[in-house]
Write a protein that binds this ligand. Structure first.
Ligand SMILES: Nc1nc2c(c(=O)[nH]1)N=C([C@H](O)[C@H](O)COP(=O)(O)OP(=O)(O)OP(=O)(O)O)CN2
Ligand SMILES: [Zn+2]
Length: 125
C-alpha cells in the first residue's frame, strides 16, 4: 500500500453542547488538518495521486471553515462541532472527489491543539 498526504490549517470559533466545562463557552482553535489517501498501485507516472490536486481540494474544503463560527454553519446545525464532526465534514466533502481513482482509504485527522486530535477513516472503493 502507498500513501500520500497533505496538511492544512484553519481558524474557527465554536462552543460544545453538553458537559464540556469551559468548552461549552464560545472559544477558538487554530485547527490543523491532515488528509491522507492510500492505495495499492502507482500510476504510470510513479504517483499514487496528484499531491497538488489533493492539496487544492483540501484547501477548498478547509476554506469553508476558515474564520467561521462552526456552530452557525449548516454542516453543524444538527451536530456538535467536535473535532470528530469536523473530520466527518471534511471526509464527506472530499470522498466524492476521490472515488473511482484507484484509492482505497481516506484518513482525515483534525487537531484542535498540538496535543489533541480526532480522526476519521473511510474506505473509498
Ligand atoms: N472527543 C472530543 N472531546 C472534546 C472535543 C472534541 O472535539 N472531541 N473538544 C473539546 C473542546 O473543543 C475544547 O476546546 C478542547 O478543550 P481541552 O481538551 O480542554 O483542550 P484545551 O487545549 O482547551 O485545554 P487544556 O486543558 O489546556 O489542554 C473538548 N473535548
Ligand atoms: Zn474547542
Amino acid at each position: 500500500m502507498f500513501a500520500i498526504g497533505v496538511v492544512a490549517q484553519f481558524e474557527a470559533a465554536h462552543r460544545l453542547r453538553g458537559d464540556f466545562g469551559p468548552a461549552s463557552r464560545l472559544h477558538g482553535h487554530t485547527y490543523r488538518v491532515e488528509v491522507e489517501v492510500a492505495g495499492p498501485q502507482l500510476n504510470d507516472d510513479g504517483t499514487l495521486f496528484d499531491l497538488g490536486l489533493l492539496k487544492a481540494w483540501v484547501d477548498e474544503a478547509v476554506g469553508e471553515l476558515n474564520y467561521q463560527n462552526l456552530d452557525v454553519l449548516p454542516a453543524f446545525a444538527q451536530r456538535n462541532s467536535t473535532a470528530e464532526e469536523v473530520a466527518r465534514f471534511l471526509r464527506e466533502t472530499l470522498a466524492p472527489r476521490l472515488h473511482g481513482k484507484g484509492l482505497r482509504m481516506l484518513t482525515v485527522r483534525v487537531w484542535e491543539s498540538p496535543q489533541a486530535y480526532a480522526a476519521c477513516q473511510w474506505e473509498l472503493l
